[in-house]
Ligand binder design. Structure first.
Ligand SMILES: Cc1cc2nc3c(=O)[nH]c(=O)nc-3n(C[C@H](O)[C@H](O)[C@H](O)COP(=O)(O)O)c2cc1C
Ligand SMILES: CC(C)CC(=O)C(=O)O
Length: 382
């Protein structure tokens, strides 16, 4: 299993080793913010366990000696099906914050989704980019401020709009409550161009400054009408991030949404929500071929990426491992994490007797026989 292969730490050869290295280097409450999930962290653990339940069905003697993992998506061909997931407040991981991540992703020819809650402005990040950027939107109580973010993303050359729909309010992250976690004063939600609320920076045991800030700022009454309005207001492809059911996928498709990201927010929102991989097939069915389908949550190996593809994902997003690379080695670490994962994916594809990402289908996976032992969540919340 994923955490068993942890060996040398000075020169990581896999993502688990990056996790170990990052954990040693990170400030403990920042590590908890990044690694943690909500409540009992059951959904966080479920995301990993879901991958363990599938095996790959390699086909022999394919006679092919090349692999092609490029993916056509929204009018452009991405070099690989890996994207960097939106992650807020990356200044917690590295002094250069999202600038380092954008540079690292660019060097790995990997598209990145920039969070509304980035510590560097979306314009600064666009200037640092050498690979496609998408913008992740949190809908705020103030609709004009929300729309102004969309307009800024359009002007700066972002290629898609990802509306996160699973955070009308923030999940209870008990690690943060215990730590009285708050954003250090030198870090700002830079896109908001206003004085951050003092709560965001006030550390008090039993509260989370980040959660209080979300409560003040985010639209807790977010609804389909907001999403439909935004879809009409932009020419960018619009994706909804946080869809977990057939019904919502059907509705998204019927209102013209271009893409769905099957996600439970890395186990940080509703604890008890299913693993994203487990609901991927029903979401694919609900969308009925009308939306592109992406998935995130728990991807730590190239073989995980392959399993997601076999169950219907067009591409996947990588969250915490990017932060491990960033903490451990800045931009270079981000590049290395993405290169490791891509190399694992290409290796797995070839060993499965396949040569093209786009040709993989459901026949590549089978449910693993029950193995008694079961999955236990690693303490690090990996
Ligand atoms: C520290 C942290 C911050 C995050 N910030 C955002 C965010 O600003 N916007 C968003 O849509 N999702 C956010 N997410 C969720 C990720 O985009 C993604 O759904 C999740 O991390 C994927 O799971 P993984 O970490 O297991 O790969 C965040 C996740 C983490 C761990
Ligand atoms: C700054 C937060 C709102 C970022 C987030 O989405 C998360 O912590 O899961």
């Amino acid at each position: 299993m994923f955490e068993h292969n942890v060996g040398a730490e000075s020169n990581p050869v896999n993502l688990a080793e990056y996790a170990r290295l990052a954990r040693k280097r990170a400030e403990p409450s920042a590590w908890d913010f990044i690694a943690g999930g909500s409540d009992d962290e059951r959904t966080l653990a479920a995301n990993r366990a879901a991958f363990e339940r599938w095996t790959l069905r390699p086909r022999i003697l394919s006679g092919r000696d090349t692999v092609d993992v490029s993916v056509p998506l929204f009018g452009r061909t991405l070099a690989s099906p890996l994207l960097v997931a939106p992650i807020g407040y990356q200044g917690l991981a590295h002094p250069a914050a999202e600038v380092a991540t954008v540079q690292g992703a660019g060097a790995a020819h990997t598209a990145m989704v920039v969070s509304t809650m980035s510590n560097r402005t979306l314009e600064d990040l666009a200037r640092a980019a050498s690979a496609p950027l998408w913008f992740q939107l949190y809908c705020l109580k103030d609709p004009e401020l929300t729309l102004s973010l969309v307009r800024r993303a359009e002007s700066a050359g972002y290629e898609a709009l990802v509306i996160t729909v699973d955070m009308p309010r923030m999940g209870r992250r008990e690690r943060d409550l215990r730590n009285g976690f708050a954003l250090p004063a030198h870090l700002r939600p830079s896109n908001l161009l206003m004085e951050a609320s003092p709560e965001l920076h006030r550390s008090q045991q039993g509260t989370s400054g980040v959660a209080l800030h979300v409560g003040q700022l985010f639209d807790a009454a977010l609804s389909w009408s907001t999403v439909e309005r935004l879809k009409q207001q932009t020419a960018l492809p619009v994706l909804l991030k946080g869809v977990l059911t057939r019904e919502d996928a059907q509705r998204a498709a019927s209102v013209g949404i271009d893409g769905i990201i099957v996600s439970n927010h890395g186990g940080r929102q509703l604890d008890g929500a299913p693993a994203s991989l487990d609901v991927l097939p029903e979401v694919v069915e609900g969308a009925g071929g009308r939306c592109r389908i992406l998935l995130d949550g728990g991807i730590r190996r190239g073989t995980d990426v392959l399993k997601a593809r076999a169950l219907g994902a067009d591409a996947v997003l990588i969250g915490r491992p990017i932060m491990w690379g960033l903490i451990a080695r800045g931009a270079e670490g981000v590049t290395d994490v993405l290169r490791l994962l891509r190399a694992e994916l290409e290796q797995a594809l070839a060993l499965c007797g396949q040569s093209r990402w786009t040709e993989i289908d459901r026949s590549l996976v089978a449910l693993a026989p029950p193995c008694g032992g079961g999955w236990s969540a690693p303490e690090e919340g990996l």
